[in-house]
Ligand binder design. Structure first.
Ligand SMILES: [Zn+2]
Length: 422
C-alpha cells in the first residue's frame, strides 16, 4: 500500500434523498483517504464540431515536503498526438494496426496553456517551457515546466489558475475521437509528483509520455463541470452531482470524485445505459447499442470481481464504477483503466462460452486497486501494476467460471479460439 493512500476506511455513504435508487452516488468521504496534495477544479466546454476543449482550471497544490518548490512540472499528454515528432510516436508508424503517417492536420491533437498564475499574482505563462529530461527529444512537448516567481514553501498550499485549450486527436491510442465517440483521458494539465528521489533530493517526478508508460500522479479531489451538446450520453470518474440544460443545445454536468490520481470521461450519442449496484457501489455501464445484450455478462463479472476483491484484497472504497464499452470503431479507446472509470471491449455476437468480455472487464476493474489505489510509479515500474492485475484477473475468472473452463467454456468453443487473437 502506497503511503500516499491511507488505509481502507469504512465508507460513510450518505444516501441521496429521492432520485433513482440505482443512481445514488455520494462522492464525499467524511475522512480523506489520502494526503490530497494535488487537487483540481476544471470547468470546460467541448466543441464537437472543432473537436476542441476550452477550459479554466484551478490546481490546489500542497507542498508536503521540507523543501521549497520553485517550479511546477506538468504532464501535457495530448501533445503526444501533435505530430510524429513526439516521443510517444517517434520511431513507429503504426499503433493498434493503424498507420498515422498520412493524417490531415485536423486529425492531430494538442494542448496549450494560454494563462497560468498563482492566485492574485502575475501571469506566469512567460515562464513556461517544454522540457525533455528523459530522451532529449526537443520535438516532444509532453512535459511543461513553469518557473515560479515565488516558491511554494514547506507546508504551504498554493492555488494556480489556468486557462487552456486542447484539440482532441482522431484516436491513435485511447485519448481522442472516433466519429462521434470520444474518450477524454490523459487530457488536462496535470502535476507530476513532488517527492524525494533516489539520491535523497526533493524533486519533481514527471516523465515524458511514451508508448510504454501510463500513470504517476498524486492523490486529490477532482471537481469537474463539463458542457457538451445535448445529444451526448456522458460518463465520467466519480459521481454526477447535477445536470443543467442550458437551453442552447448544450448541457452542463457536474462530476466530483475524491482521493484519486486522475479523472477521465467519455461521450457518445448512442450509448445505452445499464445501471446496477453492488452493496454501496453504483455501477453504470455505458454500452454501444449493438453490444447491449452483453450487458448482463459485463455486470455479472464485475460484481463477482467486487465480491472477490473485497474478500481477498480489501474493500473497494469508492461509491461508483463506470464502465465504458466503446463501439467497434472506437475500440482504440478500449481496454484501459482510469480511476472509477474503465473502458472495455467486446464484439457483437460474442459466444457466451468465450469469456473475453468478462475477463477484460475484470482485468480493467482490478486496476482500480493497483493502478488506482496502490498507484505505484508506472512510468518507472510498469510491471508492478500489470503483474498484480493479471494475477488477480486469472484468479477471479477461475473462481467465477471454473478452473478448467474459465476462459473457454467447453471444448467446442475452444475450436473458435481464433477470437483469442484479441
Ligand atoms: Zn492492464
Amino acid at each position: 500500500m502506497n503511503s500516499r493512500f491511507r488505509s481502507f476506511s469504512p465508507l460513510f455513504l450518505l444516501l441521496l434523498i429521492g432520485g433513482n435508487a440505482l443512481a445514488q452516488c455520494d462522492p464525499v468521504f467524511r475522512q480523506p483517504l489520502s494526503q490530497r496534495a494535488a487537487n483540481y477544479e476544471i470547468n470546460l466546454s467541448l466543441d464537437d464540431q472543432r473537436k476542441t476543449i476550452d477550459a479554466t482550471q484551478t490546481i490546489r497544490f500542497t507542498n508536503t515536503s521540507p523543501e521549497p518548490v520553485r517550479e511546477l512540472r506538468m504532464y501535457m499528454y495530448l501533445n503526444a498526438f501533435k505530430n510524429t515528432e513526439s516521443s510517444f510516436l517517434k520511431g513507429t508508424t503504426h499503433i493498434f494496426g493503424q498507420s498515422f503517417t498520412n493524417r490531415t492536420p485536423d486529425e492531430w491533437g494538442w494542448i496549450n496553456i494560454e494563462k497560468i498564475g498563482r492566485e492574485g499574482d502575475a501571469d506566469l505563462s512567460g515562464n513556461m517551457r517544454y522540457i525533455q529530461l528523459d530522451d532529449g527529444n526537443t520535438g516532444d512537448q509532453s512535459v511543461l515546466e513553469v518557473a515560479l516567481d515565488k516558491p511554494v514553501l514547506p507546508g504551504e498550499t498554493a492555488v494556480f489558475n489556468l486557462k487552456w485549450r486542447a484539440k482532441m486527436p482522431k484516436t491513435i491510442a485511447r485519448a481522442g475521437y472516433s466519429k462521434d465517440f470520444y474518450l477524454f483521458c490523459h487530457w488536462f494539465p496535470q502535476l507530476g509528483v513532488w517527492e524525494e528521489n533516489k539520491d535523497g533530493k526533493w524533486d519533481w517526478n514527471c516523465h515524458q509520455f511514451f508508448r510504454t508508460t501510463e500513470f504517476y500522479a498524486d492523490f486529490g479531489v477532482y471537481d469537474v463541470h463539463i458542457t457538451a451538446a445535448d445529444k451526448f450520453v456522458m460518463g465520467a470518474s466519480g459521481c454526477l452531482l447535477s445536470e443543467k440544460n442550458n437551453g442552447n443545445g448544450t448541457t452542463t454536468r457536474h462530476y466530483h470524485v475524491e482521493d484519486v490520481i486522475d479523472f477521465a470521461w467519455s461521450v457518445y450519442p448512442h450509448f445505452t445505459v445499464q445501471e446496477d449496484r453492488w452493496k454501496d457501489v453504483y455501477i453504470r455501464l455505458l454500452i454501444a447499442p449493438e453490444h447491449a445484450k452483453l450487458g448482463p455478462r459485463y455486470l455479472h463479472a464485475l460484481k463477482f470481481a467486487l465480491e472477490y476483491l473485497e474478500k481477498h484484497v480489501g474493500k473497494y472504497p469508492y461509491p461508483s464504477i463506470t464502465v465504458v464499452d466503446p463501439p467497434f470503431h472506437g475500440l482504440r479507446s478500449g481496454l484501459m483503466e482510469y480511476p472509477t472509470l474503465i473502458t472495455t471491449g467486446t464484439f457483437y455476437g460474442m459466444p457466451e462460452n468465450i469469456r473475453i468480455t468478462e475477463s477484460l472487464v475484470v482485468h480493467e476493474f482490478v486496476h482500480q486497486y493497483f493502478m488506482g489505489m496502490v498507484a505505484s510509479n508506472e512510468k518507472e515500474e510498469a510491471w508492478l501494476d500489470e503483474g498484480f492485475v493479471t494475477y488477480f484477473e486469472d484468479r477471479i475468472i477461475d473462481a467465477a467460471y471454473g478452473e478448467k473452463q474459465s476462459k473457454n467454456g467447453n471444448s467446442d468453443t475452444r475450436k473458435a479460439g481464433i477470437l483469442w487473437l484479441f
